[in-house]
Design a protein around this ligand. Structure first.
Ligand code: GN1
Ligand code: MG
Length: 341
């Protein structure tokens, strides 16, 4: 690995001495490393081109948005240009990017109402900062990424072609998702029909994509791979899917997984204090559906992947995508009871 990383970093610097390499484990999609060098610390990331088939769309979106945020002095990631003047390098068929490492703490979940409020505030400020970014300058890096209706039909297709053993293991979860769809269909359709407006959103706002300082404030959001037009409901829901879980999406002991409504309410209050200034009536009326929508969608994605032997999400053990599904479904049940859905 070191030899490969030397080759990549040398495309950015004339001479560079890599002193230490650390693999960053938290993402499920790309390969990410932190390197400590004589020129400072950097993040080197290899794009997963099975997932991101349109790499130039992704690179365009990322760089345009980072520059736009920088022009507003809104904190963001800094990508470096290679010696050829590009924001990436190609190594064979692989695409790599290099960005400045930001000393910070990464959290999987939110542990206090103060942090919840700071996260809600930051997400609203992020959406607000992007209000005047022209939507038509962004490309769709993954079409239908948060099209929940399509995620559900894709899931049903995977049920139809499932591995027989896994189908038996997942029969209760499949039934739960089939029963729940009617509760989420209306809002999912309203998003597809544009009743809920399209805005520039992040689309992957799990808490581990927020960098925190020592005081629990957010330094910036990271992982702009899926930044594209979408609904703010997706960002709010995805932040709370991880933030308001008393455990993580990987927890095997389900009794540890619970919906923390105190964290949820603290986050939402801070988010809405700012966002009520720019959200439409339809967004405000439906904002409480953000979390169940995303929990449902994520369950369809994890379980759909499990049923066809995990081609999408990286796994370290056999039943991991089923475990992930169960954490999302447990939260979905509690959240539905909380909102009386
Ligand atoms: C993936 O990039 P990463 O690993 O943080 C996924 C998200 C899921 C998440 C679940 C491009 O995010 O949509 O919510 O896993 N990203 C993509 O942990 O599919
Ligand atoms: Mg991501």
């Amino acid at each position: 690995m070191k030899e490969q990383l030397i080759k990549i970093t040398e495309a950015f610097f004339d001479a560079i001495d890599i002193q230490e390499i650390t693999t960053i484990q938290s993402g499920l999609i790309n390969n990410t490393y932190k390197i400590s060098t004589d020129k400072g610390d950097f993040i080197v990331q290899q794009l997963n081109q099975n997932v991101f088939k349109n790499s130039s769309a992704l690179l365009n979106n990322k760089i345009k948005i980072c520059h736009f945020l920088e022009s507003k002095q809104f904190p963001t990631i800094t990508y470096l240009r290679s010696r050829k003047g590009l924001f990436y390098v190609k190594e064979g068929a692989d695409i790599w990017q290099l960005s400045c490492f930001i000393p910070s703490t990464v959290k999987d979940r939110i542990d206090s109402t103060e942090v919840a409020a700071k996260a809600g505030e930051h997400l609203a400020q992020f959406h607000e900062a992007l209000l005047d970014f022209p939507l038509d300058e962004l490309e769709y890096t993954i079409p239908d990424f948060h099209n929940t209706c399509k995620r559900y039909t894709d899931f049903l297709e995977n049920v139809a072609k499932a591995n027989a053993d896994r189908l038996v293991l997942a029969k209760d979860e499949i039934k739960k998702l089939q029963l729940f769809y009617s509760k989420i269909k209306k809002i999912a359709t309203a998003i597809q029909e544009g009743i809920i407006p399209l805005r520039v959103v992040h689309n992957d706002t799990k808490i581990s994509n927020m960098l925190f300082d020592d005081f629990g404030s957010i330094i910036c959001l990271i992982d702009f791979d899926t930044l594209m037009p979408g609904s703010i409901l997706h960002d709010v829901g995805d932040a709370m899917r991880s933030g308001a879980n008393t455990a993580t999406e990987e927890e095997k002991e389900l009794e540890k997984v619970n919906f923390d409504h105190i964290i949820y309410e603290a986050f939402m209050k801070a988010y809405l204090d700012i966002a009520k200034g720019f959200l439409t009536k339809e967004e405000l009326e439906n904002i409480h559906l953000s979390l169940p929508l995303l929990l449902f969608e994520q369950s369809c994605r994890f379980l759909g992947d499990f049923l066809i032997n995990d081609p999408y999400y990286s796994t370290q053990y056999e039943l991991q995508n089923l475990v992930r599904t169960k954490t999302q479904l447990k939260l979905l049940e509690q959240v539905s009871a909380y909102f009386k859905l």
